[in-house]
Design a protein around this ligand. Structure first.
Ligand SMILES: [Zn+2]
Ligand SMILES: [Zn+2]
Length: 477
């Protein structure tokens, strides 16, 4: 870092970032320091928290990183004595921790099958068997669509009856997750990206959540031209509608990037929530951050596995943070809070630790795994992303990158993983491959990457393939 006329500047690769000119900086506070959105992924790649730590060192002023669920990096830094760990052993106003319950969706699904088989068996003996049979099947189908356990529904009803407010979290927007043809099996995918298009009921559109491409939902299957298209999966839109059908007396609103984009909608909804004009708020990540509404006494997570099953070494950490965040939304007032987490993986350590709200136990296990698998904070990783329009050329460059990096590999020093297609292989008509490199130390990794660039850059440029190196990547997709 350097100063220019009293302004702090920091070099990131060939470019530099200038900090706002604040003289006599006395204290820096980074709240929710674990939040992944501090990492800038576009243009100059940097982590705002890490820059703040650098700025504090440079300005010789103290810095406080605050979080109920510190990132594994920051926690490891406190164990290494680089940071001082200060624990808050009491909650604000000595409020009790919310009571967290786990619902095992595997058991719920088995019970639902038993119930519906039983109903069908009895129904077939009665005279109006067909109708009863149909409704039992209908109930089962809707359970399959949105996993709402009887425990969760009972809790929502009880909370509504006692005048409490609820928030229900689901990390996927839209109505159906995708449209599939029952005749030929075709799934409607984005023409630019290797992901399925999400069906939105409000305007009967299909939308790509990666590139924004959208169109009217087709009536016939574009592949076989048959009328077999059927919605599969679920998002917040369908969740809100299903809850509205089950509880017509409840005032239900939905907050996600589809609804909050409408002018003033977010502000209006927050005001209504505060005024207790909303009984149940359904939403994505947006409803987990910084909410402090004393009337909210029940918080629910519809499917905790969604974050857990991401192909990312941080998925357990993110799941723990997310569940803890959601749990923290309930019981901020006089009445104690209740939290319900639905999952198909009730025994996963991140979910069990979130249930007990035991950060220490979670982080011990997590750090052990990271050490064994040579992941941060015990190693540095870099992701070389290789992108281009021509799939063959992208693949060829990716292979060259891996081969060149492979020459520097040693079992204990540097490890090279890949080349492999990125988990989302194509975004905005560009094919994406990746090579990951892990290293105990930063310096040899930087040298290996610089050597690779010198060797491969010219081939990549000739082939119109773009190489990007992300050191300490936050997202692996
Ligand atoms: Zn078809
Ligand atoms: Zn797309």
């Amino acid at each position: 870092m350097a100063t220019l006329g009293g302004q702090a500047r920091i070099m990131i690769g060939p470019r530099s970032v200038t900090f706002a000119p604040i003289h006599d900086l006395g204290l820096i506070v980074v709240d929710e320091e674990h939040d992944a959105s501090y990492k800038n992924e576009e243009g100059i790649r940097y982590h705002a928290r890490d820059l703040a730590v650098a700025l504090a060192g440079f300005s010789k002023c103290p810095i406080v990183l605050g979080s109920a669920t510190p990132s594994s990096e920051s926690f490891a830094n406190s164990r290494r004595g680089r940071y001082r760990l200060l624990r808050l052993s009491r909650r604000v106003n000595d409020r009790a921790l919310a009571q967290v319950e786990i619902v095992d969706l595997r058991r719920e699904a088995a019970d639902a099958r038993k119930v519906s088989e039983g109903q069908i068996a009895t129904a077939s003996k009665s005279t109006n068997g067909a109708a009863a049979n149909g409704s039992a099947r209908g109930e089962e189908a809707s359970r399959d669509a949105v996993p709402l356990s009887s425990a969760l529904i009972a809790a929502l009803r009880a909370n509504l009856a006692s005048g409490g407010q609820s928030i229900v979290f689901l990390n996927r927007r839209g109505f159906h997750n995708f449209l599939q043809c029952r005749i030929c099996g075709n799934v409607i995918a984005c023409p630019n990206c290797s992901v399925s298009m999400t069906f939105h009921m409000r305007d009967r559109s299909i939308r790509c959540h990666y590139c924004g491409n959208h169109a009217a939902a087709p009536d016939a299957c574009p592949e076989c031209h048959g009328f077999g298209l059927k919605g599969q999966g679920f998002g917040t839109e369908r969740l809100a509608e299903t809850l509205a059908q089950m509880m017509p007396e409840a005032r239900i609103e939905r907050m996600d990037s589809d609804t909050s984009g409408l002018k003033g909608a977010r502000t209006r909804m927050l005001a209504e929530l505060r005024a207790r004009e909303i009984d149940i708020l359904v939403g994505t990540q947006m409803i987990t951050k910084g909410f402090d509404f004393p009337g909210v006494t029940l918080a629910a997570v519809v499917l905790a596995d969604m974050a857990l099953n991401m192909p990312d070494f941080r998925s357990a950490e993110r799941t723990f943070q997310l569940l803890t965040q959601v749990a923290g939304r309930a019981g901020r007032g006089e009445r104690p809070g209740r939290v319900i987490i639905q999952t198909y993986a009730p025994n996963h350590y991140s979910i069990r630790a979130a249930k007990d709200q035991d950060y220490a136990r979670f982080i011990r296990r997590e750090l052990q795994l990271r050490r064994d698998l040579m992941y941060p904070p015990f190693a540095r990783i870099a992701m070389v992303r290789i992108e281009g329009v021509d799939p063959q050329r992208v693949r060829r460059v990716a292979e060259a990158v891996a081969k060149t990096l492979g020459k520097t590999a040693t079992p204990e020093g540097i490890r090279v993983l890949g080349p492999a297609p990125a988990p989302i292989e194509r975004i905005k008509q560009r094919y994406r491959w990746q090579v990951m490199i892990k290293s105990r130390e930063l310096k040899p990794m930087r040298e290996a990457l610089a050597g690779m660039r010198a060797e491969v850059e010219a081939i990549a440029e000739r082939d119109d393939v773009y190489l990007a190196i992300d050191i300490d990547p936050v997202r692996m997709l």
